[in-house]
Design a protein around this ligand. Structure first.
Ligand code: SF4
Length: 446
């Protein structure tokens, strides 16, 4: 009987990507995916350290998993290997052996390509916990098996790490310094994904638009160059990239939004705050005017573009006037989607020890005001979609029989009554209904 694995992913799209690469590695070792941890011989938690109490949640989930492991051993005589991956490992490596000594191996986000070796070592040294949190000087992507297409939409990591050191963020400490993959490696991976059925590629990086990979002649190339090369791939229908840093959006990249029909008319461009004072305290390399200039140029290049952003409310020292500046910015840009959070301290980051922390009650009130405003623009945009026909890429089965879920060019979730033969296909859909978070529609011409 083949061995089974189960991976639970926490956090960002980069972790989703890493988990699918770990799955590819395990399948190469002969493992099959299990439907639940209880059925798995190997369970890996791919963790995120970007939310408050993230490490606490991982340790409590690990405790529950350990109980399942013990039950399985007692009832079926089958053991389970427990592995940890991702940013919590990088940030909390010393705590793991103390708080969860039953973890068999733990690997940071830059070293998970070594999981097959770690599994081999576990086989040799039973009962020893292996923790691997190097920042290796090699390209982990050279050591991973080929990225398999897992459906119509695929992630493709082109850049990793960050040199920006925003004062609230752990990424530069957990993912290390910026690194860009070579152009040819990215193109080869994209072609493989398209050959495997991918129609849409979402290029990933913590700071994706700072991409500066080398081409085959050793010349550094930017994201705009890469997007143009990727858009030449036959069979590839859609391109996206995330997450972008406003100060690194240059005119070349903006021109791609005018010239490349495969580049979707949607951009996630996190601003975090509309106040210059707060942006400075966050150590962001853009101010409000810089950001607005970029937005205006993008709208000029493609008037149909829809924008999305991230916001942090209640950053240390945020006054009512600073918060109002954020609301004003939202009213100017009219985001079609957004992610907003209360500021929470990340141990080891500069802002965690700022003295002028904001009261929880104030943060909560501000978040509610901001979200109500953001949701009103999101609902307005979704409602305005009614009556339009959009190409929708269906990549998931819906909750109800005969229903599929897909994404419009604007990343709106849409559900329609469609047979599973349309899974991983792009279908024109007339939008018939809308709420804040999703659309419904009727497929046309089929
Ligand atoms: S740009 Fe700032 S928020 Fe984004 S990953 Fe880098 S340090 Fe973190």
């Amino acid at each position: 009987m083949s061995k089974k694995y189960y991976i639970k992913t926490f956090g960002c799209q980069m972790n989703v990507y890493d988990s699918s690469r770990i799955a590819d590695m395990l399948q190469n070792l002969g493992y099959e995916e299990a439907a639940s941890p209880r059925q798995a011989d190997l369970v890996i938690f791919n963790t995120c350290h970007n939310r408050k109490k993230a490490a606490e949640k991982v340790f409590s989930d690990l405790g529950r998993l350990y109980n399942i492991k013990q039950e399985r051993l007692a009832e079926e005589g089958r053991d389970m290997i427990i592995g940890l991956a991702g940013c919590v490992v990088q940030a909390e490596d010393e705590q793991i052996a103390k708080r969860a000594p039953y973890v068999d191996f733990a690997t940071g986000p830059l070293t998970y390509y070594r999981i097959p070796q770690l599994l081999e070592e576990i086989g040799r040294k039973k009962g020893v916990s292996l923790i691997d949190t190097d920042f290796p000087a090699i390209d982990k992507f050279d050591y991973l098996p080929d990225n398999q297409s897992h459906g119509g939409c695929s992630y493709l990591a082109i850049q990793e790490g960050c040199n920006n050191f925003c004062t609230y963020c752990v990424v530069p400490y957990t993912r290390g310094a910026e690194f860009s993959r070579p152009v040819e490696a990215v193109l080869a991976e994209a072609k493989r994904l398209v050959a495997g059925g991918t129609l849409e590629i979402n290029l990933l990086g913590q700071n994706v638009n700072s991409y500066h990979g080398e081409d085959s002649a050793g010349k550094e190339r930017n994201l705009a160059y890469l997007l143009r090369r990727l858009s030449e791939i036959d069979g590839l229908k859609r391109l996206r990239y995330t997450t972008s840093y406003p100060a690194d959006v240059d005119d070349d990249l903006i021109s791609c939004h005018r010239d490349l029909s495969k580049l979707m008319p949607y951009l996630h461009l996190p601003v975090q705050s509309g106040s210059d004072r707060i942006l400075k305290a966050m150590n962001r390399r853009h101010n409000r005017d810089d950001y607005i200039r970029v937005i205006d140029k993008l709208k000029e290049a493609n008037p149909a573009i829809g924008l999305s952003s991230d916001f942090i409310v209640g950053f240390p020292g945020e006054s009512d006037a600073d918060f109002q500046a954020t609301l004003d910015l939202v009213n100017y840009v009219k985001y079609i989607q957004a992610f907003s959070f209360k500021y929470s301290r990340r141990p080891g980051t500069p802002a965690a020890v700022y003295e002028n922390q904001i009261e929880e009650k104030v943060k909560k009130e501000r978040l509610e005001i901001l979200q109500n405003l953001l949701f009103s623009y999101q609902l307005r945009f979704n409602t305005e979609s009614i009556g339009k026909t959009m190409p929708v890429l269906f990549d998931m089965k819906g909750r109800h029989k005969g229903q599929l879920i897909g994404r419009t060019p604007y990343m709106q979730n849409l559900h329609a009554e469609l047979g599973k033969e349309y899974l991983n296909k792009i279908v024109p859909v007339k939008i018939t209904g809308a709420n804040t978070n999703s659309l419904s529609g009727i497929a046309e011409g089929i």
